[in-house]
Design a protein around this ligand. Structure first.
Ligand code: AMP
Length: 219
């Protein structure tokens, strides 16, 4: 039976960094919806252009596109232990996941890790965030810069800034997406007793220690 873990939190709360550590530690299959969408955007396809229209304004990409991407991923990863990052991001997306879990009979929702951090701490993280387009490593020019000026420590590629990591897009992502759509998802899973709150103001190591303990339980 595949175990399903979900990371939810506002933009810049450190989900991607922790997802990468959990993937390395437990061999979970990491599904990063934002990364999937950015890959499609970079491919220059028609679908990618449609997606960019939403992402660059900080808006949620419509459900049919999201459901298609998730459906394909689930078909290709039957019975795997999965870590969802950036999905589900609305109640209708949570229904897609819940139906897949019920219908499949091969998946079990273990925990929804809710990254909690005040809004004031996020803008700086997002504006200084840089990303490796090759391997996905995440840096912050202030708090965790690469060794060499804007080059990835791991693979040497030139780091990029995400097109949506700008102040005005951050506000849209926080207020409309997070407060409007993600908070109800957290409430939905809290009612089901699945939510574990994570104080995301702590260091990467402290947060990882808590996540590691939760994921390791009952292995
Ligand atoms: P992220 O990399 O998780 O910050 O996501 C970047 C952007 O991709 C978001 O601001 C949305 O525009 C889009 N996006 C990511 N995940 C979803 C999702 N589950 N549903 C709709 N849009 C999404």
């Amino acid at each position: 039976m595949g175990r399903v873990f979900v990371l939810v939190g506002p933009p810049g709360s450190g989900k991607g960094t922790q997802a990468e550590l959990l993937r390395e530690r437990f061999g979970l299959v990491h599904f990063d919806m934002g990364g999937e969408l950015r890959r499609e955007m970079a491919s220059g396809s028609e679908l990618g252009e449609t997606i960019a229209g939403y992402v660059n304004q900080g808006k949620l990409v419509p459900l049919p596109i999201i459901a298609e991407i998730v459906g394909k991923f689930l078909r290709e990863n039957k019975r795997a232990d999965i870590l969802f990052d950036g999905f589900p991001r609305s109640l209708e997306q949570a229904e897609v996941l819940d139906r897949a879990i019920e219908g499949e009979g091969e998946l079990e929702l273990r925990a929804v890790f809710n990254f909690v951090i005040p809004k004031e701490m996020l803008l700086e993280r997002v504006v200084y965030r840089r990303l490796c387009p090759e391997c996905g490593a995440v840096y912050n020019l202030r708090t965790s810069p690469p060794r060499e000026d804007e080059l990835c420590d791991r693979c040497g590629a030139k780091l990029i800034q995400r097109s949506d990591d700008r102040e005005e897009v951050f506000l849209e992502r926080y207020e409309t997406q997070y407060e409007g759509y993600v908070v109800p998802v957290i409430q939905h899973y809290r009612k089901m007793g699945k939510v574990i709150d994570i104080d995301a103001t702590r260091s990467v190591g402290e947060i990882f220690a808590q996540l590691e303990e939760s994921v390791a339980q009952g292995q």
